[in-house]
Design a protein around this ligand. Structure first.
Ligand code: HEM
Ligand SMILES: *[C@@H]1O[C@H](CO)[C@@H](O)[C@H](O)[C@H]1NC(C)=O
Ligand SMILES: *[C@@H]1O[C@H](CO)[C@@H](O)[C@H](O)[C@H]1NC(C)=O
Ligand SMILES: *[C@@H]1O[C@H](CO)[C@@H](O)[C@H](O)[C@H]1NC(C)=O
Ligand SMILES: *[C@@H]1O[C@H](CO)[C@@H](O)[C@H](O)[C@H]1NC(C)=O
Length: 278
């Protein structure tokens, strides 16, 4: 007998007691969280072991599928970047959320939408910064929902603002793609795949606060989207629309599925190598 693929199976089974959108609890002593609001909220809702530790690719595939209808292709590629962050001599098969804190390797980067940059903040990488978040959210003043062009403006403004600080601001082609992906994924998962129209209230709940506080806006009415967010949809949003906001595309960067996979996987999308920018 051919067993159904695990992601298909999880659509058929009820959520386990631990996976409960209504249940949320903050990390306790010894529990870890990451600068990623998506993974931190999935963990505090029980879609990932509450301690935030020993995340494997299969665990991520199920958590992203069950919690947000995000595809196994994306979970596998970005999960690979997560594995690179594990402090092991040998290639690791799991990582802890805390490993993702490492600055510029392979994911955490400057110009975040809600945290100060590493060198601005003495490496304090979890602190929510209200001034910064307000500057990003101000782009939605007078609007009830996000949109692709406005989300892209808000994101690019963070790059312009932090870029003025000079040489300690790092923004490589890999981070160009990754940061657009992060914008694309929040407006896809909280909104939709075509217009990126997410209620601004949902963005607040899932983003407004440190990684210890963020949650999925379930009580506000959000439900996992019926259409799957995956590499194709994210690539489409990043390449054809999100990035079309006047920001200069890094020289030599071509927009292909391969460059997307390289950047999400932690590699430089132009040279294809693992680079640790200090
Ligand atoms: C295996 C899956 C994932 C991994 C390993 C991962 C990792 C990360 C990391 C390390 C960051 C920090 C980047 C920074 O410095 O700003 C980040 C940011 C982000 N992630 Fe994830 N992520 C994953 C999945 C998701 C999912 C499913 C969502 C869905 C909402 C998401 C949404 C975001 C957003 C919106 C940001 C930007 C945060 C900011 O601007 O500070 N991520 N992710
Ligand atoms: C989900 O969590 C809520 C809040 O803790 C609880 O009231 C409810 O019974 C839980 N549901 C299931 C199916 O476990
Ligand atoms: C990130 O913050 C945590 C908690 O404050 C700290 O233990 C860790 O060293 C920081 N990581 C980096 C790379 O600064
Ligand atoms: C928050 O960000 C603003 C603007 O970059 C900065 O001036 C301020 O010092 C930051 N606050 C903290 C607590 O890091
Ligand atoms: C936003 O939503 C509120 C409540 O549903 C409504 O009264 C208002 O007109 C909406 N504003 C815009 C700009 O759509």
């Amino acid at each position: 007998m051919v067993l159904p693929h695990s992601t298909a199976l999880s659509l058929l089974l009820p959520l386990s007691a631990a996976q409960n959108f209504s249940a949320w609890s903050p990390p306790g002593p010894g529990d870890v969280r990451s600068p990623c609001p998506g993974l931190s909220s999935l963990t505090s809702h029980g879609f990932i072991s509450h301690n935030g530790k020993i995340l494997t690719i299969p665990i991520l595939i199920n958590a992203l599928n069950d919690g947000m209808n995000v595809g196994a292709d994306f979970a596998t590629v970005i999960g690979g970047a997560g594995l690179l962050s594990a402090p092991a001599n040998l290639p690791s098969t799991s990582f802890d959320l805390g490993n993702l804190n490492e600055h510029n390797f392979p994911i955490e980067h400057d110009a975040s939408l809600n945290r100060a940059d590493n060198y601005e903040n003495n490496g304090e990488n979890h602190s929510f910064n209200r001034t910064i978040f307000k500057s990003a959210l101000a782009y939605y003043d007078g609007m009830n929902a996000t949109s692709i062009p406005v989300a892209a403006e808000a994101k690019y403004n963070r790059v312009i603002t932090e870029g003025k600080r000079g040489p300690k601001f790092i923004y490589t082609p890999q981070q160009f793609i990754l940061s657009y992906e992060e914008t694309a994924i929040y407006i896809s998962v909280m909104g939709d795949l075509i217009y990126g129209a997410a209620p601004v209230e949902y963005v607040h709940v899932s983003f407004d606060g440190s990684c210890y506080q963020v949650r999925l806006p379930y009580v506000e009415g959000w439900r996992p989207p019926t259409k799957q967010t995956n590499l194709l949809t994210l690539g489409d949003m990043v390449f054809s629309r999100n990035a079309a906001n006047g920001e200069v595309i890094p020289e030599g960067l071509e927009f292909t599925t391969n460059t997307l996979k390289l950047a999400f996987g932690g590699y430089d999308p132009i040279i294809g190598l693992l680079v640790h920018v200090l």
